[in-house]
Design a protein around this ligand. Structure first.
Ligand code: HEC
Length: 140
């Protein structure tokens, strides 16, 4: 009796591995916006002066002049605003909901953490706050 019960339990666990996965696949975790560092209170932020240097140090290796991972370039403002193969990553006026900010703040799906874990140092909360504020100010 016991062994029969155990067999059903094992079957159940196996089943949830086999059939539970596909239902989960492709489902994105809702970003946790409370994880975002606050927007910097610095005014008049611009891509050229404030943001490009941050991207150059941490992102150009994969989103710069040579490589365009995810079809995203961050080495010039028009391409950055245009977005990636999945659409816009910068929503001018709304830093908190911009995928780029969510990705660098590690607030959403682990697959989208940027730079990818082990492939670069995460940005500091100050840097993330600057990027967030720059987008809030219109991403100019
Ligand atoms: C080592 C390479 C690498 C570095 C460094 C890197 N990325 Fe990425 N990035 C990728 C890859 C690969 C993808 C495509 C991921 C995918 O399609 O799943 C991507 C995709 C993205 C996307 C698009 C996600 C989407 O949903 O379309 C954003 C935004 C992004 N990166 C931002 C950044 C920022 C900002 C930095 C720097 C702070 C950065 N990345 C640094 C490799 C990198």
């Amino acid at each position: 009796m016991r062994t029969k019960y155990a067999a059903w339990v094992i079957l159940g666990i196996l089943g949830s591995f086999l059939f539970g996965e596909p239902a989960q696949a492709g489902k994105k975790k809702q970003p946790d916006l409370s994880k975002l560092p606050p927007a910097s209170d610095r005014k008049d932020l611009t891509y050229d002066k404030d943001i490009r240097p941050i991207f150059e140090a941490s992102c150009f290796k994969c989103h710069g002049p040579e490589k365009h991972k995810g079809k995203l370039r961050l080495d010039n403002l028009p391409d950055a605003v245009k977005g990636s193969e999945d659409g816009k990553v910068i929503l001018p006026g709304d830093g908190a909901h911009s995928p780029l900010v969510i990705n660098i703040a590690h607030a959403g799906d682990e697959d989208d953490f940027m730079p990818p874990p082990k492939k670069g140092q995460p940005l500091t909360p100050e840097q993330i706050g600057l990027v967030r504020a720059w987008i809030d100010q219109g991403a100019k």
